[in-house]
Design a binder for this molecule. Structure first.
Ligand code: ADP
Length: 481
């Protein structure tokens, strides 16, 4: 049994004092009416106080321990139960306090669990979310926000910081102030320059009052960010594409119109000039036809890109047929084309026409850009690994189209499959290129769930490698074994 400290002791004495007052009043009355001597009355008073103190001390000491237990439980939920003496009332009180404490602990755990699962849900969202208080300080943030703004990738480290230290854009800060001060929802856009430039849309919404430490009136707002970089890039690419396509068509059209005017006017009777101009006009018209054909192919492939082809195709047949088509062109440039196909290469699920276009464009480029007296090799093998850009696991078919041309400077490689991207536009045009060949290749390979890599060495040549997934898993197993 623990002993009460001096403060408790003083309190117990004070508690004993009150109940003695009626008895002391009676003794004083008896003395006043001369029924009792003073000495006896004083002795009686002391005895009464002593008995009372004994009673109070034994009963109320338990209550004192209960008070201290309740006080301690507020700060330490694991505070040990006090030992009580006899009082049944004190025991009931202890049982009630313990039950209350259990209930409170359970509720607090439930509330903590709810808050944690709420945070888990927010953390699972891919878009950054930031909760701010009345003073624009961050109350909490989800994992996506932590990843975006904190190098250590922890949302907790954002808590307590001013929103302005995370997003410096004045438009976002103004929208936050409006939401907090006037309760008005606002949207805006801002750009984060590093590590890679990204453009975000920001929605700032006032929230119902939410009291938290240091935010007594509970004013709060949520800042929801959504990445718009890809959408803006697509919009820009679409606009660029229309401008480029119009430009590509306008140039030969302007040439044709110019020659028609010349033939109608000054060169009307010049037979030599007419033959020469008609030849140029034919070239320009062919160029427009090629461009329109490529544009139509591209849009057709884009429309079908999400449906995977299901026909069973023998890639070797498609390659041999394509090589035959280039026979004359290769001879004209004194280029040798060799094909080597591994014996166990299986059929794949694909679209023979589209795959034919892939090899047509790659082989055409290899001959075009390979220079005269070139050497082009097409090598088909089974690869037991896939490049990182390709979905799925296991082996796949690998087709290398190698040329011995002058090579492609490294900085151009990532952009070669963009529409109308050419290293030397004049040269590409002169060789009959439209600037769409590799873009078409990329879309067809995407439709086949494959991948393409480009490697090149200046002065040595380029290798365009196409990876295509097998038609069934048995191929993957064979490739891996
Ligand atoms: P183009 O119709 O101009 O050939 P592509 O989309 O087929 O258009 O190719 C884009 C550009 O990539 C070409 O203009 C050329 O500069 C470069 N290129 C493609 N293939 C090769 C290659 N085998 N060797 C060198 N450069 C190439």
């Amino acid at each position: 049994m623990s002993t009460p400290d001096s403060a408790s002791f003083r309190r117990l004495l004070a508690w004993s004092f009150g109940p003695c007052i009626p008895a002391w009043a009676v003794l004083a009355g008896l003395v006043a009416f001369a029924e009792l001597g003073r000495g006896a009355a004083v002795a009686g008073g002391i005895v009464v106080f002593a008995i009372m103190a004994l009673l109070v001390f034994s009963r109320l000491a338990d209550f004192d321990r209960l008070i201290r237990y309740a006080e301690e439980s507020l700060v330490n939920p694991d505070a040990p139960l006090p030992e009580l003496s006899r009082s049944a009332t004190a025991r009931r009180l202890l049982a009630a306090i313990a039950a209350l404490r259990k209930l409170w602990t359970e509720r607090r755990e439930a509330a903590d669990g709810l808050a944690r699962s709420g945070q888990d849900v927010l953390d699972a969202l891919p878009d950054p979310l930031i909760l701010i208080d009345r003073r624009r300080r961050i109350i909490s943030a989800n994992a996506a926000a932590g990843e975006l703004f904190d190098m250590d990738r922890t949302a907790q480290r954002l808590a307590g910081r001013d929103l302005a230290s995370v997003i410096r854009d004045p438009k976002v800060l103004e929208a936050a102030d409006q939401a907090l001060q006037q309760g008005r929802k606002g949207t805006t856009q801002f750009t984060l320059p590093s590590p890679v430039e990204h453009t975000f849309g920001a929605l700032v919404m006032p929230l119902p009052p939410m009291k938290s430490e240091g935010n007594a009136d509970g004013t709060a707002a949520v800042v929801a960010l959504y990445d718009q970089t890809e959408r803006l890039k697509t919009d820009r690419m679409r606009a660029d594409f229309v401008a480029n396509a119009s430009h590509e068509l306008r140039t030969p059209l302007a040439a044709v119109l110019g020659f028609i005017e010349t033939l109608q006017g000054p060169a009307r009777d010049d037979a030599e000039a007419r033959d020469q101009f008609l030849e140029i006009m034919l070239k320009q018209a062919n160029r427009m036809t090629r461009l329109i054909d490529d544009l139509l192919s591209l849009s057709r492939i884009e429309l079908r890109e999400h449906t995977r082809p299901t026909d069973i195709v023998d890639v070797a047949d498609v390659i041999h047929a394509t090589v035959e088509l280039f026979d004359r062109q290769a001879k004209e440039r004194r280029t040798t084309v060799t094909v080597s196909i591994a014996p166990d290469v299986p059929a794949i699920a694909g679209d023979a026409g589209e795959l034919g276009q892939v090899f047509h464009n790659l082989l055409g480029n290899a001959i075009k850009y390979g220079g005269d007296d070139g050497k082009v090799e097409i090598i088909v093998t089974l690869s037991d690994t896939r490049p990182p850009s390709m979905q799925g696991r296991g082996g796949c078919m690998r087709i290398d189209v190698k040329d011995s041309g002058e090579g492609i400077p490294r900085e151009h490689l990532p952009r070669l499959t963009e529409r109308f991207y050419r290293i030397d536009t004049a040269r590409s045009r002169q060789l009959g290129g439209t600037g769409l060949g590799l873009a078409i290749v990329k879309h067809i390979i995407n439709r086949h769930r494959g991948a393409m890599t480009i490697d090149s060495e200046i002065g040595k040549g380029s290798v365009f490698t196409v990876f295509l997934p097998p038609a069934n898993q048995s191929v993957a197993i064979r490739a891996a074994s």
